[in-house]
Design a protein around this ligand. Structure first.
Ligand SMILES: *[C@@H]1O[C@H](CO)[C@@H](O)[C@H](O)[C@H]1NC(C)=O
Ligand SMILES: *[C@@H]1O[C@H](CO)[C@@H](O)[C@H](O)[C@H]1NC(C)=O
Ligand SMILES: *[C@@H]1O[C@H](CO)[C@@H](O)[C@H](O)[C@H]1NC(C)=O
Ligand SMILES: *[C@@H]1O[C@H](CO)[C@@H](O)[C@H](O)[C@H]1NC(C)=O
Ligand SMILES: *[C@@H]1O[C@H](CO)[C@@H](O)[C@H](O)[C@H]1NC(C)=O
Ligand SMILES: *[C@@H]1O[C@H](CO)[C@@H](O)[C@H](O)[C@H]1NC(C)=O
Length: 309
């Protein structure tokens, strides 16, 4: 009799704890696996690295990329074993325990390269003898958005306010790191600048902010579903159809084919084509001035040299 009562109790406890587990989610990372411990704390770990994540802050880009690579995408159709899918330069990176990128990254075929703090390649590819002495910091992220055509342009100051609020509230980036937001129908330019000396311990890194933002814009948000992304300008939805992100490092990149001259500041650019409307829209435009000339473009994971924008 007693033992049967015990069994019932265990079953009730099991039911209670499984319903509690359902409730335990990670606000800043919907891909994290969460369970409640015996004290009712929600503990979340990442697929891919089994690393504990703090769900009150953004997860680092390196750990996110790692989790992404180990999560099967879409349906489980048969894929050729050696098939190569280029998904916007996402690779399975090596991360430090702190979550940042290791300065040197290698793929399975022992091809190695050095990356910046955004995980973007900044040297030629080499073999396993390649040395990367330090992780060079990306201290400037230049984002260009293109919104869908509409009958009339948005109000520029309202665009800037809306974006500033999103970046501050959703990604918790301090306003001092948002150094510019400009609007020229239908393009929006955002500058995020944060150098090592400015960044204090609790500050979110602009690299992680940019990655969360990129994913939000591509309608593949990393946040939990309850925290939907809603970009609107004075209640009008701002439908982004393209995003372009440039990563500028503290030090110039080290490519052997040195077409880079002194004074070149822009280092690497990743072109990301967004497919939201079902149409790929290329957002490279001719700029008014020569301001962004001599930008190295890394498009879809491949480097093209000396291309002007
Ligand atoms: C479960 O989630 C709901 C709504 O999000 C919340 O009100 C409730 O307190 C949560 N319960 C527990 C046990 O965390
Ligand atoms: C998570 O991050 C917040 C904000 O930085 C911090 O206050 C908190 O102690 C962190 N939690 C853990 C478990 O590290
Ligand atoms: C590793 O990188 C080299 C050079 O880019 C490439 O040819 C090779 O296919 C890559 N191997 C894997 C497994 O990704
Ligand atoms: C843009 O919006 C601001 C604030 O809502 C307003 O003060 C300003 O007059 C508007 N500008 C134009 C050109 O409509
Ligand atoms: C860091 O940024 C601040 C403000 O933009 C600038 O004054 C300072 O010179 C920068 N420091 C370094 C080491 O680049
Ligand atoms: C997005 O936000 C605007 C204003 O805050 C609101 O009017 C609109 O209904 C929201 N849209 C969605 C889909 O939540």
């Amino acid at each position: 009799m007693e033992s049967r009562f015990g069994v019932v109790l265990v079953l009730i406890l099991a039911a209670a704890s499984s319903s509690a587990q359902k409730n335990c989610t990670c606000a800043t990372n919907r891909r994290a696996l969460c369970t409640e411990d015996t004290f009712g704390n929600c503990l979340c770990t990442l697929v891919g690295s089994n690393q504990r994540v703090n769900c009150s802050v953004l997860t680092s880009k390196c750990l996110l990329m790692k989790a992404e690579m180990s999560t099967p995408k879409g349906r489980s159709f048969f894929k050729p074993e050696h098939g190569f899918l280029d998904n916007d330069g996402v690779y399975n990176p090596d991360c430090e325990d702190s979550g940042i990128f290791k300065a040197r990254q290698c793929n399975q075929t022992n091809t190695c390269w050095c990356v910046n703090s955004a995980g973007v390649r900044r040297t030629d590819k080499g073999d396993t003898t390649l040395r990367c002495n330090e992780l060079v910091r990306t201290n400037w992220i230049f984002i260009e958005l293109k919104h869908k055509e509409r009958s009339k342009a948005f109000n520029a100051s309202e665009v800037a306010d809306g974006l500033r609020q999103i970046i501050q509230n959703r990604y918790k980036l301090q306003p001092k790191y948002i150094t510019a937001i400009e609007y020229e129908y239908p393009f929006i330019h955002i500058d995020l600048k944060q150098n090592a000396s400015q960044k204090s311990k609790g500050d979110v890194d602009i690299v992680d902010v940019a990655y969360y933002f990129e994913k939000d814009v591509k309608l593949d948000s990393i946040f939990h579903h309850s925290n939907a992304f809603n970009l609107s300008v004075n209640r009008d939805p701002l439908d982004v159809e393209g995003i372009l992100i440039y990563y500028v490092d503290e030090k110039p990149p080290e490519f052997s084919m040195k077409r880079l001259t002194a004074g070149v500041i822009a280092v690497l650019a990743v072109v990301i084509l967004t497919i939201i409307t079902g149409i790929i829209v290329l957002v490279i435009t001719r700029r008014r001035t020569g301001k962004y000339e001599k930008v190295e473009i890394k498009e879809m994971g491949e480097m093209r040299r000396g291309q002007n924008l």
